[in-house]
Design a protein around this ligand. Structure first.
Ligand SMILES: [Mg+2]
Length: 264
């Protein structure tokens, strides 16, 4: 664990969180709560994490996920139901009641993504690509060096297809092309608009999580979760899984919030 922002300590955050009326825990999934697996469909939560999250929820914490995965795909992976999820880097929103909404894409961006997708398929690397609403990614994390090189070259060719309103974004083990109107930061800002007084932490591992760290309010806590520290806008760094479990355990064992009084 390392505190990265001189003015913000973990103890100080938890001191305030214990007294907050609304606790909001916003989470990335892959690489943050679930270690990378050879196949993306195999990525499971670190042992112990699910029960800590459940305890936190039962004691009044609101938990929301912001992921690069399609929202429904993540919903199917989670061991609890009725969780709000922003998917596809903010281009999708799955409400707790199961309603899915998608942000529309400008036509030129949609056309460019389709063309790039076709280029990947005709190059013979269809298996390495991931096409989602608003994004196209190629993954080389688990490839041998020659394939990795070939995919990086293909990535450079694809960059030539970018149109206005798009960007290429390297991540751990690949390259992603996406529309830029929405991202994890706009998703978090949208969420915070609905929870203006929440005491909030955001946990993420990747460069795409930096937008969310930047969107946190001054008293919020950005938590970088990854094996090695890197340049980041987060406030603290945790090394998974032990320090991650320690953080979630501390959160889960806070005294429960009073139940909201309901009007009938
Ligand atoms: Mg991640």
């Amino acid at each position: 664990m390392k505190e990265l922002a001189p003015a913000k300590t973990l103890d100080g955050f938890f001191f305030d969180l214990a007294r907050a009326r609304t606790r909001l825990l916003v989470l990335d999934y892959d690489g943050t709560l679930a270690p990378f697996a050879m196949r993306r469909e195999d990525a499971q939560l670190y042992p112990g994490v699910a029960s800590l999250l459940e305890t936190a929820m039962s004691r009044g914490t609101e938990i929301v996920f912001i992921t690069g995965r399609p929202a429904r795909e993540l919903a199917d992976r989670l061991p609890f139901s009725g969780i709000e999820i922003f998917g596809a880097h903010g281009y999708e929103h799955l409400a707790a009641n199961g309603t899915l909404t998608q942000k529309s894409l400008p036509a030129p961006v949609e056309a460019a993504l389709s063309k790039m997708d076709q280029m990947v398929v005709t190059s013979g690397y269809a298996y390495a690509r991931e096409r989602k609403h608003g994004t196209l990614a190629i993954h080389w994390r688990h490839e041998e060096a020659p394939t990795r090189r070939a995919l990086k070259e293909l990535g450079a060719q694809l960059q030539g297809q970018l149109t206005a309103g798009m960007q290429a974004l390297p991540f751990d083990g690949g390259l992603e092309f996406r529309a830029i109107d929405h991202h994890k930061g706009t998703a978090l800002a949208n969420l915070l608009d609905r929870h203006p007084n929440a005491h909030v932490a955001y946990l993420g591992d990747d460069t795409t999580d930096e937008d969310a760290f930047a969107a946190l309010p001054p008293e919020g806590l950005g938590v970088l979760v990854r094996p090695e520290l890197r340049e980041t806008q987060a406030d603290i760094w945790l090394k998974p899984p032990e320090e991650l479990r320690g953080f979630l355990s501390r959160w889960a064992t806070l005294a429960p919030l009073p139940q909201p009084r309901r009007a009938y």
